[in-house]
Write a protein that binds this ligand. Structure first.
Ligand code: NAG
Ligand code: NAG
Length: 447
């Protein structure tokens, strides 16, 4: 009996597998041992401050440069300009995968030159440039995607039918030079982490992210590792067991252009308060929580925002507390978009950046809730004329999200987004451990 049940279960699994294009993709990818993790190299673009990655796509494979993003539902790339491939396929409107994308529309007919942007009966998505907030609509298609399985390129893991959305050439405006799309690491099932975990049967749906603070002259570091891999930094700093954790929260209302009723694909965390120099800053608690009906409020992580953006009342309270705690440091005139600036030559320096008071994001309401401690390297930014400014900007009186933790605050911190366990692991500044994200490498033997 047990045996019959087991073989029945196997048959059902096989049947489901045959019906699912992504499953077929995985089995077709061949006899090699399945990878435990895949890598996305990341470098910081000097001109825009964006974090740029490269993956291989299409047939024959070509490198595609894209800006990392934590918000979009899918990866999107410009399908209009120089998209040559023998393996792209539109997602039919009536397909199960189309339904699963949440697409609310169908591109029924196109009379132009056939190509990935011009297909009949193809599921339609809403790709958005999250750096400029410009969006459009575009075909949802599949094509080959290949990523290295070790930090030094190594063997490529190939997904024969990776689902993504076609952007347009105009949508790439505002992206780092050379970037032709955005590589989404959001929580959506079709963003890189979940789709790759599904395709390659990775042991866990999680990824580690380490954003470099400086444009590296050497080869790009491993900015993101999707799957299960130890977090080892050169020279031999292993952070695998030393992260603090906080729950990842789901905002029930998407802040992006979206089809009705979508929940947010972004990563929210429960910031319950802010401390400066160990002292709580008085803040409106309503603004710190996500309003379940409107989706407004709360705190999220964003790589599209270069600096942390705070709702006006929070911005004023935090900058006032910081100004009070730094009364002894000579000020410098404001350098837009920052208001609170200091004479950089009068600020001491430490291993973790300029010697300024710590800012703590208190995570959760429980006693002993962890704090994300932000040191000078992540709270201050060098500006024109030798000024050193508090790197937060005023987000206005009614922003959708009250606290947007931007790229500068995330740099040289190791972050582990564990979607299976809905939690975020964070290391605080790696500079304390005399390493940084440009040293994030994983030796092949450890995979
Ligand atoms: C879509 O279908 C129409 C009508 O059959 C046809 O004229 C057109 O060439 C098709 N377009 C593409 C891109 O295949
Ligand atoms: C706190 O913020 C909420 C939401 O914006 C607002 O309705 C409320 O009046 C604020 N409370 C105070 C004391 O300012």
């Amino acid at each position: 009996m047990a045996r019959t049940m087991a073989s029945l279960a196997v048959s059902i699994a096989l049947l489901l597998c045959l019906l699912s294009p992504t499953c077929r993709a995985a089995t077709r990818s061949g006899g090699n041992k399945p990878p435990r993790a895949v890598m996305l190299p990341v470098r910081k673009d000097a001109a825009t401050g964006q974090y740029v990655t490269t993956f291989r796509q299409r047939t024959p494979l070509v490198p595609v440069t894209a800006v990392l993003d934590l918000a979009s539902p899918t990866v999107w790339v410009d399908c209009e300009k120089r998209y040559a491939s023998s393996t792209y396929r539109g997602l039919p409107c009536e397909s199960k995968l189309c339904r699963l994308t949440g697409s609310g529309s169908c591109a029924t007919a196109c009379y132009g030159k056939p190509g990935p942007s011009c297909l009949n009966n193809t599921c339609s998505g809403l790709p958005q440039n999250t750096a400029t907030s410009v969006s459009t609509s575009g075909n949802i298609i599949t094509d080959v995607l290949a990523l290295p399985t070790t930090p030094r390129q190594g063997p490529l893991a190939t997904a024969p039918a990776f689902l993504f959305t076609c952007g347009a050439t105009f949508l790439t405006k505002g992206l780092a030079a050379g970037a032709t799309g955005m590589a989404s690491l959001s929580r959506n099932r079709f963003a890189l982490p979940a789709q790759l975990a599904n395709t390659f049967r990775l042991p866990r749906t999680k990824f580690a992210l380490c954003l470099p603070s400086t444009p590296s002259s050497a080869a790009p570091s491993v900015g993101a590792v999707i799957g299960d891999a130890p977090h080892v930094f050169q020279p031999g700093v292993d952070l695998s067991g030393s992260l603090a954790y906080t729950p990842l929260l789901v905002n029930p209302v998407s802040g992006l252009t979206h089809f009705q009723g979508d929940k947010s694909d972004e990563y929210f965390i429960g910031v319950s308060g802010v401390k400066v120099n160990g002292r709580a800053v008085p803040l409106n608690a309503t603004l710190l929580a996500v309003n379940k009906k409107t989706g407004n409020g709360g705190a999220k992580l964003s790589t599209a925002a270069p600096y942390t953006v705070l709702e006006t009342s929070i911005y004023r309270a935090v900058t006032a507390a910081f100004a009070a705690a730094t009364a002894g440091i000579p000020r410098a005139p404001a350098v837009a978009p920052f208001k609170l600036c200091y004479d950089g030559s009068k600020v001491g320096s430490t291993r973790v950046g300029p010697a300024v008071p710590n800012i703590e994001l208190v995570l959760g309401n429980s006693k002993g809730a962890p704090s994300w401690v932000v040191f000078g390297a992540n709270s201050m930014v060098a500006a024109r004329g030798g000024a050193l400014c508090l790197a937060v900007v005023d987000g206005g009186k009614a922003p959708t999200t009250s606290v947007v933790i931007g790229g500068h605050m995330l740099e040289d911190n190791l972050l582990e987004f564990d979607l299976d366990r809905s939690r975020l692991g964070f290391s605080s500044s790696l500079l304390f451990r005399q390493t940084n994200c440009n040293n994030f490498h994983i030796s092949g033997s450890q995979l």
